[in-house]
Design a protein around this ligand. Structure first.
Ligand SMILES: [Zn+2]
Ligand SMILES: [Zn+2]
Length: 411
């Protein structure tokens, strides 16, 4: 068993049944969302309501990634008694019912009230759950969406497992802006002594970040291949690649033409802003499944830094293993549902780049294996289910999963 360029090869047995094989570390799969908003920035849900939704719906961790802020100070939010505004009286009543009057601080006279937003420490005390017997549990990871722009183009980067607000930056180019934001996240990690990472959000939102720019920033090791907000244009258009095409182009350039740049991992997120029925960016559209040693902020972050996770909009994997010879995966198949597994990569043939994002193999069924030939710059897998997504980003979307690129050890 060995680590192959970021992906950990673990035994099939371990992943399949959740039990530790004798030579493998005890790990478990954790479901999490690293991109969510609350009343602390432009979400429409109180932070405790948002966190409780994820805790109640099978997630083990969540990052409340509000724009350019941390939930660490006193902040009073107006109650929209006149019906205009994001915090409605009926929602305040629902918070009191759910969490108790002692957990909802209000001030001001009827008609002119404000509610204090819960801080991350208060939220942790309210919603976190300790796992029992190695199962369940719920954890809030600190983080934020560092929200900058360059000449009107959005450059949004989520900082995960960082403890204090990082400034939005102004730089002379998108590449410099991304590079320095990623560096500031790494510096925050070095200062705290904790593992951290940044992920580039929704590159196609406002056509903000091109694939060439993503490829060029070696400090960027993560990006959103799937963002659940309907304004983010994951699908691209006639002039812009989809986020999945962008991924292949950036990987091919990083590994083939530039050489020596790190792999780029794909995350799926909700980027949820809407908790009251608006389907623009609801909860539960996209998430990550992380194979970590424990439900702990550093362990989760370390596992993601190793690339030991996959992105999902509904498909769950039973097994995921990359060895020296092959890339294998098996879907946790549901009855009556079919799956198509595609291995996608880019090869380098006689020193020249082959077709970027080529389908190397495809299987109809819940399990597949791709044996490396040695000429692949990287190989990744995409799983598409026959089941429709219950809360689709685009009407007709199927549930999917995207696993991380791996480089054959022979290279
Ligand atoms: Zn954003
Ligand atoms: Zn966002």
């Amino acid at each position: 068993m060995r680590t192959i360029h970021g992906l950990t090869a673990l035994s099939t047995l371990l992943a399949a049944c959740g039990a530790a094989s004798p030579d493998a570390e005890q790990t478990r799969w954790l479901k999490g969302n690293t991109h969510t908003h609350t009343l602390w920035s432009d979400g429409d849900g109180a932070p405790e309501q948002v966190a409780a939704w994820y805790a109640d719906n099978g997630y083990q961790f969540l990052v409340l990634s509000d724009h350019n802020t941390y939930q660490d100070h006193e902040r009073w939010f107006p109650v929209a008694e006149d019906g205009v505004g994001r915090l409605k009286p009926s929602e305040v009543d629902a918070l009191i019912t759910r969490f108790g009057a002692q957990s909802v601080d209000l001030r001001g006279e009827p008609g002119d009230r404000e509610m204090r937003l819960r801080t991350l420490d208060e939220l942790k005390a309210q919603v976190e759950v300790t796992p029992t017997g190695g199962a369940g549990g719920f954890l809030l990871l600190p983080g934020e969406e560092v929200t900058s722009s360059f000449q009107g183009k959005p450059v949004h980067i989520n900082a995960v497992n960082t403890d204090g607000v990082l400034p939005a930056l102004e730089r002379a180019s998108i590449v410099e802006l991304m590079t320095d934001t990623m560096r500031s996240i790494e510096e925050a990690g070095a200062a705290s002594g904790r593992p951290v990472f940044g992920h580039l959000n929704h590159p196609n939102f406002g056509w903000g970040v091109t694939w060439e720019e993503v490829a060029a920033v070696k400090e960027d090791r993560f990006f959103e291949v799937y963002n659940g907000h309907r304004s983010t244009r994951n699908e691209g258009d006639s002039e812009h690649p989809s986020t999945e095409d962008l991924w292949d182009r950036a990987l091919a350039r990083r590994l083939g033409e530039l050489g020596g740049l790190p792999l780029l991992y794909g995350v799926a997120t909700d980027d949820a802003h809407h908790y009251y029925g608006n389907l623009t960016s609801p909860t539960g559209r996209g998430w990550v499944m992380v194979r970590a040693t424990s439900l702990d902020r550093d362990a989760v972050t370390e596992a993601m830094n190793r690339g030991d996770f996959y992105a999902s909009s509904g498909v769950t994997l039973k097994d995921l293993e990359v060895s020296d010879e092959a890339y294998r995966l098996e879907v946790e198949a549901d009855e009556g549902v079919t799956y198509r597994i595609r291995f996608i990569g880019t090869r380098q043939l006689d020193g020249a780049l082959g077709t970027v994002g080529e389908e190397l193999a495809a299987t109809d069924g819940p399990a597949a294996e791709y044996r490396f030939k040695g000429d692949e710059l990287y190989v990744r897998a995409q799983v598409t289910s026959s089941r429709l997504h219950p809360k689709p980003y685009l009407e007709g979307d199927r549930e999917m999963a995207w696993t991380q690129p791996a480089t054959p050890s022979a290279r």
